[in-house]
Design a protein around this ligand. Structure first.
Ligand code: SER
Length: 322
């Protein structure tokens, strides 16, 4: 029997664009079906394997692909981020909860495993914000957070009630150099690198002292694949594991960049919506459960990430890509 295929939703997004290519490298181009809703995929994504447009809020479009390609695992990444979600809570609910619900239903019907990201956004102001435990109070105040907690609960339900192999990670802010994030609270930590290279300066929309968990994309991709490959018997928490790689405030990342970009400066123009979201999120999560249960061990800290980000973006800038 041919090996089951892997479906990625949100494959044109920030995480999806890199996760899809890594899955194709590891498991074969033809085994990984990439899907997006409307953004044109990169040439690399489109030409390296199957690509289709679907809409996760229409269940029949998901079911059709799963059936046609004999999908065994779904990486469901299609989602609205926190700042966009706060501006359009109805859309955030429809995509983040409605889309996940549809993917879970399809996974139940066709016997697929399902990975989906949760977030630091699943916590709120009443959560202990330092060394945030794996199991703790989750009363988020953003619509994004409400959808993420709902998603964690739905995934738990589909696992205990129907035996669907659901797994998830609570990602922190993710920093990457291929595809820009689409409207999150932690996006400043990506923009700052682009602006450092283009203009040698950056205006930050979060205020000094706003500490948040962060992670470089190679670790985020590795974590998702590692979790899906992990021995299910070892997973004490399926939905979802705290994972982090570093925790910093805007002034820390600016100081690190200034070591490589002489004269780099940063000022502040605080966005109250994103500031209040950031203030309600953890300063640093405890990810010891992920380390113990399935060997989570991120490679990049702030210094190593900054070196790599500036190198890669410097090369892209020299090629005129931004
Ligand atoms: N990076 C996400 C956001 O800011 C957090 O999950 O929305």
């Amino acid at each position: 029997m041919a090996e089951k295929r892997i479906l990625v939703t949100g494959a044109v997004g920030q995480i999806g664009s890199e996760l899809t290519m890594e899955l194709r490298r590891r498991f074969g181009n033809d085994r990984v079906v990439a899907t997006g809703r409307k953004t044109k995929p990169s040439k690399e994504l489109e030409e390296s394997g199957p690509f289709h447009f679907i809409d996760v809020s229409k269940i029949e479009t998901v079911a059709k692909i799963v059936k046609e390609y004999d999908v065994g695992t779904i990486y469901h990444l299609a989602a609205i981020l926190s700042a966009v979600g706060e501006n359009n809570p109805v859309l955030a609910w429809q995509v983040n909860v409605g889309g996940l619900f549809n993917c879970l239903e399809v996974a139940r019907e066709y016997g697929c495993a399902l990975f989906t990201p949760s977030s630091i956004g699943a916590f709120g102001p009443t959560t202990p914000l330092d060394h945030t435990p794996q199991v703790t109070i989750q009363r988020p105040t953003s619509m994004y957070g409400v959808t993420k907690v709902s998603g964690e609960l739905l995934c738990d339900y589909y696992h205990t009630r129907f035996g669907v192999d659901t797994r998830g990670l609570r990602y922190p802010g993710i920093i990457s150099n291929v595809t820009l994030p689409g409207g999150g609270t932690t996006d400043y930590a990506v923009e700052i690198y682009y602006e450092a290279i283009k203009h040698g300066r950056y205006t930050c929309f979060l205020k000094e002292g706003t500490r948040l968990d962060m992670m470089y994309m190679p670790d985020a991709v590795e974590g998702a694949i590692q979790l899906m490959e992990a021995d299910p018997g070892k997973l004490r928490h399926r939905n979802a594991y705290n994972v982090t790689a570093m925790s910093f405030a805007p002034e820390d990342i600016a100081a690190e960049i200034a070591k490589h970009v002489p004269g780099f400066t940063m000022d502040y123009d605080v966005d109250p919506v994103r500031q209040s979201i950031a203030d309600s999120w953890p300063n640093s999560m405890d990810d010891s459960a992920a380390r113990e249960d399935w060997g989570w061990n991120p490679k990049y800290d702030l210094a190593a990430m900054t070196e790599d980000m500036l190198k890669v973006l410097g090369e892209r800038h020299a090629r005129g890509e931004f």
